[in-house]
Design a binder for this molecule. Structure first.
Ligand code: AMP
Ligand code: GLY
Length: 427
């Protein structure tokens, strides 16, 4: 089977790495890819939203299956285009991708089908939005409706902050994504990421994970795409897995099928584990990054047939095996990220650092220049380690981070701290 992966992040490197060992694989391509992906796949210089070029390439190279990594091409309808051309793919149609593309759509779906989530209101004008804030008081959460690269959520501690956020969003800070606002109750609890492979009707849960979204240690500072992750997430017990499947994943699949937009692909459930049980914070319609890196590090089964089963409607026949070891990924980013940062610095000693036992270094914003690897993005590497415990995986990951010679980069030093503290307590 010839496979094309769409994307260029650490998530796509982890997917390419997992798929590259499948006995079902013929040739593996990735568009546009990065320097790490180039070691396991042929990179093709095409943009993720250049649908005409992608379709043409699939014809030229007899691509049998396309795996779409990021949300943008999904929301823009890449799977619909591939379907129309008779090319199989992994991911939802544009209609089903509204689960990530429109927060208002998802909140209404939760209300209609009794899926647990924070109380909310949807607003198209600042006056109504502010009246809602006045009625409910602070703290409160203000969100731009559409895709805003993870930055469209403002956790307002005071009513003044909430009003400023409303003015900023309607003032055009997030462009079209801010044409509508969702305002939510602020949920208290511990966050976790839950993933399920879905074929439109059935779903299979994957291992759980937790990520660190903030740039600073102790989960402080600006929000980022994710500075590190680990799997499994101790808060997701077996009974919690059943609760999330029964109360959130299965009703969502049934609702989407009833609406005539069956969901196929990976449903990423952003959860708040509250005192009254799991509540949905948001859906994403693709793998998390860097959650995907830790999931792939632990997955022992062949990934490719599981992804194909999502398309074919046969996910109920798939049984996935996971390594009992924990996995932990530390993101190395360019200094300045998530704000302005420089590009073009050289990263040295990568192959030596990556050769250590239990270590896999997934690339995001990297490029090869002859023998040199240079940084060309904000998040640049995800140094991923396996270990008997989260503490052991953490120690291994930081050993590899310290072996990488890249003065222009930085990482958080405390990835996994909650799980490590739990392990110490129970030891
Ligand atoms: P989202 O883009 O919707 O996932 O929101 C980004 C982050 O904001 C989440 O990972 C949470 O940390 C936080 N967040 C969003 N909505 C809520 C909420 N209703 N209550 C508490 N925290 C939230
Ligand atoms: N790490 C969070 C995300 O991929 O959205």
């Amino acid at each position: 089977m010839n496979v094309l992966i769409i994307g260029s992040g650490g998530r796509e490197h982890a997917l390419a790495w997992a798929i590259s060992s499948s006995p079902l694989l013929g040739e593996l391509f990735c568009a546009p890819g990065n320097a790490g992906i180039a070691e396991v796949a042929t990179c093709v210089d095409m943009g993720v939203n250049d649908f005409d070029a992608i379709i043409q390439f699939c014809g030229e190279k007899s691509i049998d299956f396309v795996v779409v990594g990021p949300e943008d091409p999904l929301v823009n309808g890449l799977v619909d285009r591939l379907d129309a051309e008779g090319i199989k793919s992994f991911g939802p149609t544009a209609a089903a991708a509204q689960l990530e593309g429109s927060k208002g759509f998802t909140k209404d779906l939760c209300a209609d089908y009794d899926i647990p989530t924070a109380a909310y209101g949807r607003f198209a004008s600042a006056d109504e939005a502010k009246a809602y804030v006045e009625l409910h008081g602070a703290p409160i959460v203000i969100k731009a409706d559409g895709l805003a690269a993870g930055k469209g959520v403002i956790m307002a501690e005071t009513e003044a902050e909430a009003e400023a956020a409303i003015d900023e969003i309607f003032g055009g800070k997030f462009g079209g994504a801010g044409a509508e606002i969702v305002i939510e109750e602020w949920l208290e609890g511990e966050e976790a990421s839950f993933f399920a492979l879905c074929d439109g009707v059935n779903a299979v849960p994957l291992a759980s994970a937790q990520d660190h979204k903030r740039v600073g240690e102790g989960d402080t500072g600006l929000n980022t795409g994710g500075m590190g992750a680990y799997s499994p997430a101790p808060v997701i017990s077996i009974s919690m897995t059943f609760a999330v499947m029964d109360r959130i994943v299965k009703p969502t699949l049934a609702a989407m099928a009833e609406k005539g937009m069956p969901f196929k692909g990976v449903l990423f459930v952003g959860l708040m584990i509250t005192r009254s049980g799991p509540q949905l914070i948001e859906f994403n319609v693709r793998f998390g990054d860097p959650e995907c890196q830790v999931l792939m590090a632990r997955l022992m089964s062949d990934l490719l047939p599981a992804l194909v089963a999502c398309h074919d409607g046969t996910i109920d026949q798939i049984d996935l095996e996971w390594n009992d070891d924990a996995a932990l990924a530390v993101v190395m980013a360019a200094k300045g990220y998530p704000e302005a940062y420089e590009k073009g610095s050289e990263i040295k000693n990568l192959s030596e650092a990556g050769a250590a036992e239990g270590i896999e270094i997934f690339h995001a914003g990297t490029k090869r220049d002859g023998n040199k690897i240079t940084a060309i993005g904000g998040r640049v590497l995800a140094v991923t380690a396996l270990g008997r415990t989260v503490s052991k995986a953490q120690a291994r990951a930081y050993q590899a981070v310290d072996a990488i010679d890249w003065p222009q980069g930085f990482s958080r030093r405390d990835i996994g701290y909650r799980a490590v503290a739990r392990e110490k307590k129970s030891a």
